[in-house]
Each structure stands twice: as structure tokens, then as C-alpha cells.
Write a protein that binds this ligand. Structure first.
Ligand code: 6PG
Length: 245
């Protein structure tokens, strides 16, 4: 991973402010219809809140963007663990995003895999194609977090979803990381199908996995490679300590 892919900030607050500014700037470049893939987890919440406030909200072409999710906990809509409910409260509601522009994963389906298959159909219908092509990415921007175990979305180390190279969405019956509820997750090819990808990682608990990712270890987060730039934004607490030999 070359250095220009990483930006380290002295504090979590500085990371949040910089991440929100960069996301708003990226969204401001969307000229026609745009698609954004949101992440769950806790790190992203203050970033969503900053995006929903002036001045950044004024840079976002809300009427032209459809909002998708990189993964979801298999819980009822509106549940406290729902990534869609979290994004609705912190970002989409305050931005006034129309419900038809929000594409939550259908966690009312019978099983996580049924939800995954339905969501894959939603993505294909929106995309107008059943195949991913580097010159026609699914998304303009994918936001990602990373777990302390190196997972991305709900693709956990050692689980089959990490190896999925054909399907765009998979059901995950047992999460390899809290909260221990089943999940629905985009796969690596679908997550990578974007003009730009942004990891936002904070906190000392992430440093061991981040060190391994940057050392090239085969963790799920390290396997997110795309035609577009993959930018890692992190705070100093999460950043690996590099020894100058
Ligand atoms: C989820 C997320 C997950 C998250 C990481 C980091 O559904 O929980 O999509 O991939 O981004 O686990 O979470 P934190 O930001 O809470 O550390």
C-alpha cells in the first residue's frame, strides 16, 4: 500500500472532521445520478452527523443520490442494532433524503441469505446489469470501517463470505464479531465496485489489525482493492507505529 493511501490525524475529532469534509467533497463531484454505499459501526456516526450539518450538507447533491448499505445486522428495521436506522437518524433524516432514495437491506426476509439475494437483485436492477464492470462501478463512493479483527462490512476472517467472488451479497449466519447477530453483507467484488472507497478507522483497538493490513497480511480489510482509489483515514491511536530503521 503506497503512502498516499493513508492519512493519519492527531485525534479522533480531527479524523471525523477531515473524513466528513472529504466525503462531502467527493459527493459534490457527482454530476448525474449517484450511488453511495454507507457503513455501520460506531466510528462513522459523528462523521454522518457532521455531514448533516452546515456547511457540509450544502455540498451534497441530495436529490441526485441513492443510498445503499455495505452490510446490515439481520434485525427488524428500526432496531437499535440496525445500520439503516443509525444512518437514518444521524444522516439521511437530517438531510431530508426521500424514502425512495434509501435502499435498506430487507431484513424482514425469511433468512439472511434470502435478504442477500433480494438485495443483490435490487443492486442489479439499479445498476442495470447483472455483471460488475470496472468502467461502470456500482457506486460513486463506498464508506467502510474495519473491525479490531480486520473484518470489513460483515466479512469476517476465515468465513466463506470473504472468498465469495461471484455473488454481490451474502448472508452471514454467525457474525465473527459483536454484535453477535446474523448479518447481510456485500462481498469484496461489490464493495470494490466504486469510483472511490474510504476506510475510516479510529482507536487503539484497531492498531494491531491495521498493522497487519499494512504489512500485507491476508485480512478481509486488506483484500479491498478497487479500480478506484482506496483511501485509509485513521487517527494516531489506530495508526501503526512505524520504526525508522
Ligand atoms: C457493522 C459495520 C462494521 C464496522 C466495523 C467497525 O455493521 O458493524 O459495517 O463493518 O464498520 O465493525 O465498527 P466500529 O466503527 O464500531 O469500530
Amino acid at each position: 500500500m503506497t503512502l498516499h493511501d493513508l492519512l493519519v490525524f492527531d485525534s479522533r475529532d480531527a479524523l471525523v472532521a477531515a473524513a466528513a469534509e472529504r466525503i462531502a467533497a467527493l459527493l459534490g463531484t457527482i454530476s448525474g445520478r449517484g450511488a453511495v454505499c454507507l457503513t455501520g459501526g460506531s466510528t462513522i456516526v459523528p462523521v454522518y452527523q457532521a455531514l448533516a450539518r452546515r456547511p457540509l450538507r450544502e455540498k451534497i447533491p441530495v436529490a441526485r443520490i441513492d443510498w445503499f448499505f455495505g452490510d446490515e445486522r439481520f434485525v427488524p428495521a428500526g432496531h437499535a442494532l440496525s445500520n439503516a436506522a443509525q444512518a437514518q437518524e444521524a444522516l439521511l433524516g437530517p438531510l431530508g433524503v426521500r424514502p425512495e432514495r434509501i435502499h435498506a437491506m430487507p431484513t424482514h426476509a425469511a433468512t439472511p441469505q434470502a435478504a442477500a439475494d433480494a438485495y443483490a437483485a435490487t443492486l442489479a436492477a439499479y445498476h442495470g446489469a447483472e455483471r460488475l464492470a470496472p468502467d461502470r462501478p456500482l457506486f460513486d463512493l463506498v464508506l467502510l470501517g474495519m473491525g479490531a479483527d480486520g473484518h470489513v462490512a460483515s466479512l469476517f476472517p476465515g468465513q466463506p463470505g470473504v472468498e465469495e467472488g461471484r455473488r454481490w451479497v451474502v448472508g452471514v449466519d454467525e457474525a465473527g464479531h459483536p454484535p453477535a447477530v446474523p448479518r447481510v453483507s456485500l462481498t469484496l467484488p461489490a464493495l470494490a465496485s466504486s469510483r472511490a472507497l474510504l476506510f475510516i478507522v479510529a482507536g487503539p483497538d484497531k492498531r494491531p489489525a491495521l498493522s497487519r493490513v499494512l504489512a500485507g497480511d491476508d485480512l478481509p480489510a486488506a483484500r479491498v482493492r478497487s479500480a478506484g482509489p482506496v483511501l485509509w483515514l485513521m487517527d494516531r491511536a489506530a495508526a501503526p507505529t512505524t520504526r525508522i530503521e
